[in-house]
Design a protein. Structure first.
Length: 278
């Protein structure tokens, strides 16, 4: 008999929000997983429960995300400023602060979020201005994400409401801005895990294969068929979750790769970033 760990109602509710599975199923999954959310999601998947686990960045419950490209479309910058309530996220002072941070990032090109927080804005560091804003507004405020990309052609997309933004780098400087926007919107809508199947982290591939094999065995399929069926399920995972292999949202008979090749022969994606609140 397996030893189960006590599970809080808050954790059960969090897993329900992540997966859409039932309360008792979530409670059992967390108990079996010793409170580990990733293992609990895997447990639910293996048991065939409804799972719509969101891979999006969930560090901030509320906030404001903004992305901008430079003048020659060779670089893109994105920041996420998080807070506790939607009321603050829509406050004009908060929005202005977020945009001033992004402008500073674009001017000085810091390497990472810590370097960005160390930069000076209006005579003080951004980190100190964060503390000032916390004192003024009375909520926890964090610079929860900073991303930058470079490529021959960079296009950014800010989803209405500023809770989601995406940036994409294309391989050709002559690529149309419309094509870049189409792919950036694809990234925003479909949340790919990688550009192509060779870019998927090995641990993710191993995990998907393990889950597929477990489900196939539960279906009673002969052991000699397990590897072949699992490989098919992995290919479906690649098709649904890697950008170039996804069905293009504006013309689903084509993959994103085929769409780009039709825009300009050999055109492809070299880099992308996607950040979401909630």
């Amino acid at each position: 008999m397996s030893t189960t760990a006590p599970v809080s109602a808050a954790d059960v509710n969090k897993l329900r929000q992540m997966t859409g599975a039932g309360m008792m199923d979530c409670k059992k999954a967390l108990a079996e997983a010793g409170g580990d959310f990733e293992q609990a999601v895997d447990y639910l998947r293996k048991k065939g429960q409804k799972v719509a686990a969101n891979r999006a960045d969930r560090e901030a419950k509320e906030g404001y995300i903004i992305a901008k490209g430079n003048a020659d479309h060779t670089a893109g910058y994105l920041i996420s400023l998080s807070c506790e309530t939607d009321f603050v996220a829509k406050n004009q002072d908060f929005v202005n602060f977020a945009e001033s941070i992004l402008n500073t990032a674009m001017e000085q090109n810091p390497a990472d979020v810590e370097a960005l927080k160390a930069l000076t804005l209006d005579g003080v560091t951004i980190n100190d201005k964060l503390f000032d804003m916390i004192g003024k507004i009375g909520e926890k405020i964090e610079l929860s994400a900073y991303e930058k990309i470079s490529a021959p052609k960079v296009i950014v997309y800010n989803h209405p409401g500023n809770r989601l933004a995406a940036m994409v780098g294309l391989s050709s400087a002559s690529a149309s801005a419309d094509a870049g926007k189409d792919v950036a919107m694809q990234i925003a809508a479909m949340n790919p895990v990688a550009i192509d199947k060779d870019d998927v982290d090995a641990s993710v591939v191993e995990r998907e294969l393990e889950i597929a094999k477990d489900m196939i065995r539960q279906e009673g399929k002969p052991e000699e068929m397990v590897e072949k069926i699992a490989a098919g399920k992995l290919n479906k995972f690649y098709q649904e979750n890697t950008l170039l292999n996804q069905a293009f949202i504006k013309e689903d008979k084509k993959s994103v790769k085929q769409y780009l090749d039709g825009v300009e022969k050999g055109l492809t994606v070299t880099v992308f970033r996607r950040v979401q609140i909630g």
